[in-house]
Design a binder for this molecule. Structure first.
Ligand SMILES: [Zn+2]
Length: 409
């Protein structure tokens, strides 16, 4: 295979999860008798540019599903994060009513609503119809397209260049990362700022977060690789911060390489040094990850089998990509994990792809009273443990599988 950034064919293995169905391909009652398509889920690291990336076996349409779209506004803590972001950026870069913010992957307007409230001009780019509609209902203008060089150039030509662009949790999800990044270089004003937030590969490896791998998650990013992709596409990094999201994320600040004048902060060299010290320029940092993933899987399987021997009923919470990756890599079926609770009504009554574990309501959980509840989205465990704290009434305990199997007291 060829690196999707630099074209090199020198790859080292990072993670091979065998085959898996697309993580959003929930099975309906009518589809129970039909087969499912499983695609290889294999991830490599490019030896030239260190971009960690999935090997492609199907096109984007196979994996892009708008049927079960995630609405960012469902999470109050993420809304707080968005509100703080807008306030911080306004203070730092002196944004006024004459300024223009463009958010790529604007979702349901969870972030731009705060720009609008401050009177700052804004525009959202969002290809998913259901979330775009929700953003428009908040009075936010949305362009319903995929972003890239062509759209960035078109908007700039229409006089809609940006003082600030935001791109949260989207950089890792674009198949053509060069074209996507080039779009920002074309959209920014001469001294404009582009920010990007994405899960940090350093934490993924340190915390054995192999379940963040799925087909639509095309790239697994470090500052080392991102700085290189940016430089090749007209952007340069001038600051970086860490955030706790998704098990540890980076927020990278970039500017146009040709006209940007923001001074480069010492944080950039410090983060690059931290990544290099962790071994991210060598091979073993990447090649050792397979073993770490298998160790997590083994712990999860031992827990499930031992629970069944003891006659304990085990259920799970959170029907999303992370859970599907863990469950399908482990080969778990409903005999070991009887059901998964999810609060999204669109998913209730369906089956998880591959494992065909039923997705149920919280009322079902209260009626069944399982002794163990595995929290699949471990990044939201504080919120979920609070929400389901009543399971202790029947002696229930919470369990997380990543980075190591833990039964919480
Ligand atoms: Zn490469």
């Amino acid at each position: 295979m060829k690196c999707r950034h630099c074209g090199s064919t020198h790859m080292v293995p990072f993670l091979d999860l065998g085959t898996a169905p697309p993580s959003n391909s929930y099975v309906t009652a009518d589809e129970r008798h039909l087969p499912e398509l499983w695609y290889p889920l294999v991830i490599h690291c490019c030896r030239e540019c260190r971009l960690v990336q999935t090997e492609d076996f199907a096109d984007r349409e196979t994996f892009f599903s708008s049927s079960y779209a995630y609405f960012s506004s469902f999470s109050t803590s993420w809304l707080d994060h968005a509100e703080r972001y807008v306030a911080d950026m306004q203070a730092r870069f002196g944004l006024t009513e004459a300024s223009h913010i463009v958010e790529v992957a604007a979702n349901d307007g969870y972030l731009l609503q705060y720009a609008k409230a401050r009177g700052i001009g804004c525009l959202g780019i969002e290809p998913t119809a259901s979330t775009a509609k929700a953003a428009r209902a908040k009075g936010i203008e949305i362009v319903e397209e995929f972003f890239g060089a062509e759209l960035g150039e078109k908007l700039a030509a229409e006089g809609r260049s940006a003082d600030l662009t935001a791109a949260n949790n989207v950089l890792a999800h674009v198949p053509d990362i060069n074209d996507f990044v080039a779009g920002f270089a074309r959209l920014l004003k001469a001294n404009g700022v582009a920010t990007f937030e994405f899960p940090h590969l350093l934490n993924m490896v340190r915390e054995a977060q192999f379940d963040t791998a799925y087909h639509e998650h095309y790239s697994y990013l470090s500052l080392t690789s991102v700085a290189r992709v940016f430089a090749a596409n007209g952007l340069s990094v001038f600051d970086v911060e860490t955030t706790p999201w998704h098990g540890g994320s980076l927020r990278v600040f970039a500017q146009r390489s040709d006209t940007g004048r923001h001074p480069v902060a010492s944080t950039v060299a410090a983060m690059l040094a931290e990544e290099h010290a962790a071994g991210m320029l060598g091979d073993t940092f990447y090649t050792d990850f397979q073993e770490a993933a298998q160790t997590v899987r083994d712990g999860f399987m031992e827990f499930l089998i031992e629970s069944r021997r003891q006659g304990l009923k085990v259920a799970a919470y959170g029907a999303a990509a992370k859970g599907n990756t863990l469950i399908n890599f482990s080969g778990v079926k409903p005999d070991l994990l009887s059901f998964v609770v999810d609060k999204n009504p669109a998913k209730q009554g369906l089956l998880l792809p591959g494992s065909r574990i039923p997705i149920v309501t919280e009322e079902f959980l209260k009626a069944e009273k399982p002794e163990r509840v595995v929290i699949l989205p471990w990044n939201l465990q504080a919120e979920i443990r609070q929400q389901l704290s009543y399971i202790s009434d029947w002696g229930g305990k919470f369990v997380t599988a990543v980075p190591a199997l833990t039964v919480h007291p």
